[in-house]
Design a protein around this ligand. Structure first.
Ligand code: KG4
Length: 342
């Protein structure tokens, strides 16, 4: 009998369901919520309401596309947290109801562990992209910037993390400040491709160990743009490509300095990146380049697995189910998980 897992993700503003058979992806459906665009950020109440509308059709579509019936499921994996509580409640309640009605085991998944293990999703038409344990993952998103050592599907050690803003926040807030739009990461990434990354310099933070800080560089960009606009009101319009390229390079330099340090200190040669910012073309290129120089085995996630998706929740649930993880129907979602490694 094959193991068939349904994954459900609803931690923020994407409602997603995916089906895996023995770790191979059969379907991965994502309903994104455009309603937030005009607000320049996710509005929690609107997100929960959209999840309520989307969850049944999204799960139905995932099962239909996979050719799987609910009674064929081995387990249901769902995102328990961290995320927006109202959003998490929709996915968790739905998963619990489906599990109860068909007597199917439930597996709670930590969203960040999902990003860390996303490369383990297998696809029939592609070569395997999973790193060997132990590996290092640079986990970079709108809410996190961490360097994590992964020893097994259930053993994680955070080696370093941001002490203030996440790198995705720096992309988003700076894009908003420059009037470029939301979400900022993809916009800055696109403009950066046409600009000179060495034209402007931004100061790097001096933080101990493997931790990060991104609030200083955000302020430094703010003052820089403000001062230049005072001299030339068209400064932004005339230089936005070079500003984006230089700012993006500065962020990538900060990320890479600590990643290199982590690889050297641990002696591990397997490396992955994960989370929304791992879609950044400049970061992907740098990780590959440094990897070639330093003899790393580098595994980049496919773009569809960098943003929130249920395939990564399903594979994490599956690998952890094989390790014995399950939960009862009394489980509740959690918006914050101080230390997910415990
Ligand atoms: O992991 P994710 O989808 O969601 C959460 O953080 O919950 O990450 C979203 C973040 C946003 O900050 C967005 O600007 C950033 O990922 N992002 C990017 C790119 N695509 C998405 N940042 C830089 N370059 C990109 N191409």
């Amino acid at each position: 009998m094959p193991d068939i897992i349904l994954g459900i993700e609803s931690s923020c503003d994407d409602t997603s369901a995916a089906v895996l058979k023995d770790g191979y992806l059969l379907s991965n459906i994502i309903a994104s919520q455009d309603v937030h665009k005009s607000y320049g950020g996710v509005v929690p109440e609107l997100a929960s309401r959209a999840h309520e509308l989307n969850i049944v059709p999204v799960v139905n579509e995932a099962l239909t596309k996979a050719g799987v019936k609910v009674e064929d499921l081995t387990a249901i994996a769902f995102t328990r947290g961290p995320g927006l509580l109202g959003s998490l409640l929709v996915g968790t309640s739905f998963a619990k109801a489906l599990a109860l009605s068909h007597n199917i085991p439930l597996v709670p998944v930590n969203h960040l562990q999902g990003h860390l293990l996303a490369n383990f999703v297998k696809q029939y038409d592609k070569p395997d992209n999973a790193p060997n344990f132990p590996f290092i993952c640079l986990l970079v998103s709108g809410g996190n910037s961490q360097i994590v050592r992964v020893d097994s599907p259930i053993k994680f050690t955070i080696l370093g993390q941001t002490i203030d803003d996440a790198v995705g926040e720096a992309f988003d807030k700076c894009s908003k400040m420059m009037g470029l739009g939301y979400p900022g990461g993809p916009i800055i990434d696109r403009l950066a491709k046409q600009g000179d990354p060495n034209r402007f310099k931004f100061s790097k933070p001096n933080i101990k160990g493997l931790d990060y800080s991104f609030s200083g560089i955000k302020t430094s960009l703010l003052y820089f743009v403000r001062d230049e606009i005072a001299k030339n009101p068209n400064f932004m319009e005339e230089n936005k490509e070079d500003i984006c390229a230089s700012f993006q390079k500065a962020l990538i330099d900060i990320l890479m300095d600590k990643l290199i340090k982590a690889m050297e200190e641990t002696g591990i040669k397997e490396v992955t990146i994960g989370g929304g910012v791992s879609a950044n073309s400049g970061l992907r290129q740098r990780v590959v380049e440094e990897g070639e120089k330093r003899g790393w085995n580098t595994y980049l996630p496919e773009f569809k697995f960098t943003t929130d998706n249920a395939a990564m929740i399903a594979i994490t649930g599956y690998l952890q189910y094989l390790e014995g993880r399950k939960c009862g129907l009394d489980i509740a979602p959690v918006s914050r998980i101080a230390d997910y490694t415990k």
